[in-house]
Write a protein that binds this ligand. Structure first.
Ligand SMILES: [Zn+2]
Length: 229
C-alpha cells in the first residue's frame, strides 16, 4: 500500500498527509464505523468493496453529507471481511453460524473457498449439518403434503428419536385431551348426557348416602326438583 502511495506522491507532488487523507474512507456497517483506505479495498478485486473503491464516491451507499458509506449488514462478520482486505487471509468467526457467514460473504462478493484452512473444517462441518437438516425438513414436507396421517406420525416419531425430545409426544397427548375434554365435562355435569353419566350420578348419590350413614334415602339426588321445592 505504501509503495502505491509513494508513487502517487511523486507523480502528483502532494504531501503524504494529503494522500492519506484523500485515500481514507469510513464505512458504517450495522451501526459500527470502520476506517480504512481505498487502496486497501482494492486488494481483493471483483468484490463489492473493490468496486466501491474504484468508483468512489459514485455509489448509492455513499452519504455525501456524513462523508461515509452505510450498509445495514452484520457488523461482526464485516470485521472479518475487512480484515481479509487488510491481511489477505479470510478467517471465519467461531461464534457465527456458517450459513450466516456464507450469506454475508455472498453479499460482499467473496467466495467462501477463500476461507483459510484453519477455519475451513469448522465452516464445512456446519454447512454439512445445515444441508442434512434441509434434506430432513424436505422429506417431512413431502410426507405432510401427501395428507397421510401415518406419514405425519412417522415423521414426528423420527424427530423425537433424533433429538430425544418428548415435546412432540406431549403435544399429541394434549391434542387428544382437547378432543376428549367436552365428553368428560358432560359426564361430570350433565347426568342426562349418556348412560355412563347416569351410572356415575347414581354411584355418586349412593356414596353420599353411605357417607352420611343415614337410613333415609336422600331422594334429592334422584329428584333435584323436589329438593328445590
Ligand atoms: Zn482461521
Amino acid at each position: 500500500m505504501f509503495i502505491k502511495m509513494a508513487s502517487k506522491i511523486s507523480s502528483t507532488g502532494d504531501n503524504l498527509f494529503d494522500v492519506l487523507r484523500n485515500d481514507r474512507i469510513t464505512i458504517d456497517v450495522g451501526g459500527y464505523r470502520h476506517n480504512t483506505f481505498l487502496t486497501t479495498l482494492k486488494n481483493v478485486p471483483d468484490t463489492r468493496l473493490s468496486w466501491i473503491a474504484e468508483n468512489h464516491p459514485n455509489s448509492p451507499d455513499y452519504d455525501p453529507v456524513l462523508g461515509e458509506y452505510f450498509f445495514d449488514r452484520h457488523p461482526r462478520i464485516f470485521t472479518e471481511v475487512l480484515n481479509y482486505y487488510r491481511i489477505g487471509k479470510l478467517h471465519c468467526p467461531v461464534d457465527v453460524c456458517s450459513a450466516l457467514f456464507q450469506e454475508e460473504l455472498s453479499y460482499w462478493g467473496i467466495n467462501d473457498r477463500d476461507i483459510e484452512p484453519c477455519c475451513w473444517v469448522l465452516y464445512k462441518r456446519q454447512m454439512n449439518t445445515e444441508e442434512t437438516l434441509k434434506t430432513f425438513h424436505l422429506d417431512n414436507a413431502r410426507k405432510s403434503s401427501g395428507d397421510c396421517d401415518s406419514a405425519k406420525a412417522e415423521g414426528k416419531r423420527t424427530i423425537a428419536s433424533l433429538f430425544g425430545s418428548e415435546t412432540i409426544m406431549k403435544t399429541d397427548v394434549r391434542e387428544r385431551w382437547n378432543r376428549f375434554r367436552p365428553k368428560v365435562w358432560a359426564l361430570l355435569d350433565d347426568p342426562r348426557s349418556s348412560l355412563a353419566a347416569k351410572v356415575r350420578k347414581f354411584f355418586s348419590c349412593f356414596a353420599r348416602l353411605l357417607k352420611r350413614q343415614e337410613n333415609i334415602v336422600d331422594i334429592s339426588c334422584f329428584y333435584p326438583q323436589l329438593a328445590k321445592s
